[in-house]
Structures are given as structure tokens and as C-alpha cells.
Design a protein around this ligand. Structure first.
Ligand SMILES: NC(=O)c1ccc[n+]([C@@H]2O[C@H](COP(=O)([O-])OP(=O)(O)OC[C@H]3O[C@@H](n4cnc5c(N)ncnc54)[C@H](OP(=O)(O)O)[C@@H]3O)[C@@H](O)[C@H]2O)c1
Length: 365
């Protein structure tokens, strides 16, 4: 019966397939196919033909010997292409708005300090704004700027009718109170969606936040655009940060999924994750989610962006996700790559929130 199989060794537990349309867990428990269908073009179970491949998860010292069907490969959820399509849709709307009422959406970005990664993010946001016709306003302040000065800029942008969205690039220098700075952004212009009122509304039934945080919104948008059913599915979100994990879980709940949040104190993270039809991983640990954590046919959204050493790369490193892609793509039905998955969607959602804000301010439909 068990003639086709997939085995993860090393620290992974064993996952085996039978050829009879069932999934044999390491416990010996057999799951019929209907229990792991995700509604998203579930892959046929691996056929009898298998091949042993050594898989290396970059970023971990581990090498696993895996018997896999070389043809089994999850559909790639292409965030880069989806984000491009969304940017094109936004550009059309921006130009329609300009033609109809002469208004151009505006996004203000405040950067404090000289962190290179933050400067790169701000530069990319500015470029993305330009590419769709959104006007960007940039403020660059030195590391030793006083909090009052940042608050003054925020007040100015709150009052400025040409600005429809305000974004304070995080992290702020340690002498600033991030909470009071973020709270100062007018809720009508909180395109990052981090204002406690917006998060509170996101958590409440029957309330609508003005804006939803961009990265989790991008995750859900990918699921929608790839016609992946969420309603009634079991979803596991790994990570509970204010900016990704927690709002991602709230969003999935609003879509009628049944949610479990896994965090650093969760025992049995692997076992819990293996029950999920949908996994959103937002941890910040390279390749933490192994193939054995994934239920066959599950859909994986990998938010993690982790640099790992790579001598072959001219930069000396490459970026990988929180999910061991090489293993997981042999088990999942669909998966986002890193890079090229959630990352580009985050910026697309920021542009989308800015357009929404401008439309709302001018009652433009
Ligand atoms: N693609 C994008 O646009 C985008 C945007 C934002 C972030 N990211 C990436 O997403 C990742 C997460 O970002 P973040 O800001 O949410 O990170 P964060 O604030 O550091 O939160 C990480 C979360 O992971 C949990 N965690 C840590 N170790 C764990 C473990 N061993 N098992 C289970 N949970 C564990 C933490 O649990 P505790 O709460 O218990 O500490 C925490 O909730 C990072 O790689 C980041 O670079 C990507």
C-alpha cells in the first residue's frame, strides 16, 4: 500500500504518502484526501515514481535525505507579478482621478536616522509612488532629531490636503516613543494601518478599519487573487507581531478561517502547523518551517525575509524565507517564494491604501 513515500530525516519527523489517496502521518494515522483539500487546485498525490534527492535548506546546517516525486511541485504564488498587475490597476485609477477632479494622491514618508535598510525601503516606496503617478513627499531627519520635531512634521502632513497618506519608517531611534509618534498620525491618513483605532476596528465584528496594515493585507490579497478558499479553513499564523502576525490572524478570522497563532512560547509548533490548510509564516527565522510541518495540499504564504550567507552571491548573502522552500514546495499545493512573494505586495498595498485615502477624502468613486 505504501509504495510512494516522502521521508524527512534529521530533526524532521516522518511524513509518508500512500498511493491510495490517503496521507499517512508519522503517528500512523491515515488522513483521507478530503481532510487536506484546500480548495485550491489540490495537487494529485505523488505517484508511484519517486526519486531520492539530497535537499539542503540554506541557512540551516541540516541536510535531509528525501524520497520525493520529482514532479510534485507546488504552484508558485507570484507576488512580483501580482504586485505589478495591482500597480497597473492603481496607475489607471490615479490617472482617472486626475482627469476627473484634478487631484493626485499624495504619500508622505518620514525617515529618521541613517539605517541603510530603512533608506532603501523609503527609496523603493518613492519609486513605486512615481511609477503609478502618486506624489511622494519625503522628510529625512538625522538620528539625533527630537521627537517633538517629528511630531511637528506629522502635524503638518495631517493638515496638508495634498497628503493623503503618512508613513513613519520604523524602527525609530531608541530615544523616541514609537507609540506616541504613530498615534500622532491622523487616522484618516494612517495608510500603514498601525493606529490602535484601526487595529481595534480590525479586531471587532461589525467595525471597519480605515486601513489594514500593508503586509498582512498583501498576504490576503494573494490568497484572493489565486482563488484560494479561506472560509472554513484551518489557518496557522506563525508569529504575532503588531505589524504582521497579529493583523494577519485578525484578517483571516474576518474571512471565516479558524485560526491558531504560533509564537516563540508555543510547544508543538510543528504539530500545530501540520494541521493547517493555510500557513502564514512571519517569524524572522530562516527556513524554520520544514517540509514535515506542512500538511499535503496546504497553501503557504511566507512573509519572512532573512539574509543567509551565500558565497556564490556577489553580496555574500542571499534572502530566504521562514519556510524551507525546497522541502515545502514538494508538499504544499501553493507557496510564495522569497524573494518575489509577499515583499512586492507590501508596497503595492501601501499604494492601494493611499489611493483609497485620496478617493475617500474627495468622495471620488
Ligand atoms: N515581506 C514583507 O514585506 C515583510 C514585512 C514585514 C516583515 N517581514 C519579515 O517577516 C518576518 C517577521 O517580521 P516581524 O516584524 O513580524 O518580526 P518580529 O516582530 O520579530 O516577530 C516575530 C514573531 O515570531 C515569533 N517567533 C520567534 N521565534 C519563534 C519560534 N521559534 N517559533 C515560533 N514563533 C517564533 C515571535 O514570538 P514572540 O511574540 O513570542 O516573541 C514573534 O511573534 C521577518 O523576517 C521580517 O523581515 C517581511
Amino acid at each position: 500500500m505504501n509504495s510512494a513515500r516522502m521521508i524527512f530525516t534529521s530533526d524532521c519527523s516522518t511524513v509518508s504518502y500512500s498511493s491510495s489517496g490517503t496521507h499517512l502521518l508519522s503517528s500512523g494515522f491515515v488522513l483521507p484526501r478530503r481532510y487536506y483539500s484546500t480548495g485550491f487546485n489540490p495537487l494529485p498525490l505523488p505517484s508511484l515514481r519517486t526519486q531520492s534527492l539530497p535537499l539542503r535548506c540554506s541557512g540551516s546546517s541540516f541536510v535531509s535525505s528525501v524520497s520525493v516525486n520529482p514532479e510534485a511541485c507546488a504552484k508558485v504564488i507570484d507576488g512580483k507579478a501580482t504586485a505589478k498587475q495591482i500597480r497597473e490597476e492603481i496607475a489607471i485609477e490615479v490617472s482617472r482621478m486626475m482627469d476627473a477632479i484634478g487631484v493626485v494622491p499624495g504619500l508622505a514618508v518620514i525617515l529618521v536616522g541613517d539605517r541603510k535598510d530603512s533608506a532603501t525601503y523609503v527609496r523603493n516606496k518613492k519609486k513605486a509612488c512615481e511609477s503609478v503617478g502618486i506624489k511622494s513627499f519625503e522628510v529625512n531627519l538625522p538620528e539625533n532629531t527630537q521627537e517633538e520635531e517629528v511630531l511637528k512634521f506629522i502635524e503638518g502632513f495631517n493638515e496638508d490636503p495634498a497628503v493623503h497618506g503618512i508613513l513613519v519608517q520604523l524602527p525609530l531611534p531608541s530615544h523616541m516613543n514609537e507609540q506616541s509618534v504613530l498615534n500622532a498620525v491622523s487616522i484618516e491618513k494612517d495608510v500603514d494601518g498601525f493606529h490602535p483605532l484601526n487595529i481595534g476596528r480590525l479586531a471587532m465584528r461589525g467595525r471597519e478599519p480605515s486601513f489594514v496594515p500593508c503586509t498582512p493585507k498583501g498576504c490576503i490579497e494573494l490568497l484572493h487573487r489565486y482563488n484560494i478558499d479561506i472560509k472554513g479553513k484551518r489557518a496557522v499564523v506563525i508569529g504575532r507581531s503588531n505589524i504582521v502576525g497579529m493583523p494577519a490572524a485578525l484578517l483571516l478570522q474576518r474571512e471565516d478561517a479558524t485560526i491558531t497563532i504560533v509564537h516563540s512560547r508555543t510547544p508543538n509548533a510543528e504539530e500545530i502547523t501540520r494541521q493547517a490548510d493555510i500557513i502564514i509564516a512571519a517569524v524572522g527565522r530562516a527556513n524554520m518551517v520544514r517540509g514535515s510541518w506542512v500538511k499535503p495540499g496546504a497553501v503557504i504564504i511566507d512573509v519572512g525575509i532573512n539574509p543567509v550567507e551565500d558565497a556564490k552571491n556577489s553580496k555574500g548573502y542571499k534572502l530566504v524565507g521562514d519556510v524551507c522552500y525546497d522541502e515545502a514546495c514538494k508538499v504544499a499545493s501553493a507557496i510564495t517564494p522569497v524573494p518575489g512573494g509577499v515583499g512586492p505586495m507590501t508596497i503595492a498595498m501601501l499604494l492601494s491604501n493611499t489611493l483609497t485615502s485620496a478617493r475617500r477624502a474627495h468622495d471620488f468613486r
